[in-house]
Design a protein around this ligand. Structure first.
Ligand SMILES: [Fe+2]
Ligand SMILES: [Fe+2]
Length: 215
């Protein structure tokens, strides 16, 4: 595996798009979590969300500073209408479904995809991802523990039906993200990731998450 340099135009362009995407997703998560604080089920959940809002804000700042230095064209890759559509989706969810869609898919699988980029990235990009990826581990742990709590608070039949519905939810969120028509797999390929390998890694992680929740 070879680390690419920012002098490589195709690499720089694809990595630039991925950085813009990551920053937009972090900004989106920051806003979605901020909106949920008031209605979160208990104090621990409110505190966890509030901490995450601060973390995502820091990630957006780190990424924006790095993109500036890297000379990335910062035009959004997800348009405003799509962002509004995603907000509407998350707003309509109850707490357990919100946790499933945001933490299993966007946070856990999203950061797993970003992790795949790290070994291939130029040193500056790698450094810009260090703090954010470290924090994402906390966010995933928070989301999973809240989801466990939410499931444990349900009666057995309800809990089972939520658990049974999780693979389909994950699938539906993926389909929704694919519908945004952002050529993210092409960008991954252009920076040197194999999309087949990426899909395998994500599939394995998805399996682990589902098994962990049912335990
Ligand atoms: Fe983040
Ligand atoms: Fe996060």
């Amino acid at each position: 595996m070879k680390t690419r340099s920012i002098e490589d135009a195709q690499y720089a362009c694809a990595m630039g798009h991925l950085l813009v995407l990551y920053t937009q997703v972090d900004q989106f998560i920051m806003e979605a979590c901020a909106e949920r604080i008031a209605s979160a089920p208990d104090q621990a959940a409110k505190m966890g969300l509030a901490k995450q809002v601060g973390d995502e804000c820091r990630h957006v700042t780190i990424q924006k500073n790095w993109m500036q230095e890297f000379g990335v064209e910062q035009t959004p890759v997800i348009d405003q209408q799509a962002i509004e559509y995603l907000h509407a989706h998350f707003r309509a969810l109850d707490w357990a479904d919100f946790l499933t869609d945001l933490y299993l898919v966007v946070e856990a699988l999203g950061s797993q995809a970003v992790e795949q980029v790290v070994p291939l990235a130029d040193p500056g990009t790698r450094e810009s991802l260090r703090v954010p990826l470290q924090d994402e581990l906390d966010h995933v742990a928070f989301g999973l523990s809240e989801l466990h709590k939410a499931l444990d608070g349900m009666d057995a039949a309800q809990r089972q039906s939520r658990l049974d519905g999780i693979p389909a939810r994950i699938q539906a969120v993926f389909a929704m993200l694919q519908g945004l028509d952002v050529p993210v797999l092409d960008w991954f390929e252009q920076i040197g990731t194999s999309s087949r390998q990426l899909c395998e890694v994500l599939d394995q992680r998805r399996q682990e998450l589902i098994t962990g929740l049912a335990a």
